[in-house]
Design a protein around this ligand. Sequence first.
Ligand code: CTP
Ligand code: MG
Length: 277
Amino acid sequence: MDSAPTNTSADGPVTAVIVVAAGSGQRLGYGMPKAKVPLGGDSILTHALRGVAAAGIAQQICVAIPPGDTELHALCEAFTKELKAERRSTPAAGQGVQLPVVTIVDGGATRAASVRAALAALLPATEAVLVHDAARALTPEAVFHRVSQALAAGAVAVIPVMPVVDTVKTVEPTTGDGAAIAPELVTGTAARETLRAVQTPQGFELGTLRRAHETAASLDAGQAAAVTDDAMLVELLGVPVHAVRGASQSLKITTPLDLIIAEGLLEGPLGVRWVEG
Ligand code: CTP
Ligand code: MG
C-alpha cells in the first residue's frame, strides 16, 4: 500500500514537477492545443495540474504551454488561485506543508525543447524533478508517490511502466513481388514478458536530467524526432533507469478514442476520480 501524500521537504529531495502542455494535439484533432480540450467539464491541463497537486510531492509545479497562449496562461493562474483557496478552506490539511510554487514557461517546438525550457525555470534549491505529460491527465496520485519514493530511496532515474498486453512484432516494408500481397513483412517477435509500455511522470535527480538534455540539444532533427521520452536521453548517458508500476488510468490522451475513455473514467461506476492505484 502507498503511504499518504507527503511533501518531500522533510523526508526526501526538494522536488519540482514539470508538466509539459505545449503540444498542438494534432492527433486529437480539436484544432486547438490538446491541454485546452474539455474533459469532464474542465480542461485536460486543469485535470493534470490537480493530479500533481493532489499527490503533494512538489515544492514547484512548472508548466510549459504554447508561447503566447493567453487562455492556457489564464487556466494555470486559475489553478494557482484554486490551490490557495483550498488551503484557506482546509488549513489543517496543509499544516507544515508549503503550497507548491506554480511557474509558467513558454514551451518549445518539440517535447524535449519544452522540457528544457521548464528545466531552466526551476527554483535553485531543486534536487529532484518529475516530468509529466499534461496529456496523462488522470494519472493517479499513487503513481507520483511510487516514482518519488524510488527517488528518495536513491534512484537517479525512475519511470512508471505497464506490462504490454499485445504481442509485439518488428516489420519492414515489403519489396519486390511481395508488395502486391501486403505492405509489410514481419522480421521478428519481441519477448513480451520483457517489454514494458512507458508512462509519465518520469523522475530524475536534477543534475542528471540537465546533463541528458544538454546532450540532446546537439542532436540533429532526425535524431531529435526519435526522442519520445526523457528516460531515453538518460539511458544514453549510461545511467541506470529504474521502473515502478504505472497505472492504466494514466493513459495518454492522444486520439479521439482516448478522450472517450478518459471521459468514461471520470463518469465511472464508482463516481470517483481515482479508480486505480
Ligand atoms: N508537448 C510539449 N511541447 C511540444 C510537444 C508536446 O509540451 N512541442 C507535450 C504535450 O503537450 C503533451 C506531451 O508533451 O502533454 C506528450 O505529447 P503528445 O501526446 O504527442 O501531445 P501533442 O504533441 O500535443 O499531440 P500530437 O503529437 O498529436 O500533436
Ligand atoms: Mg506530439
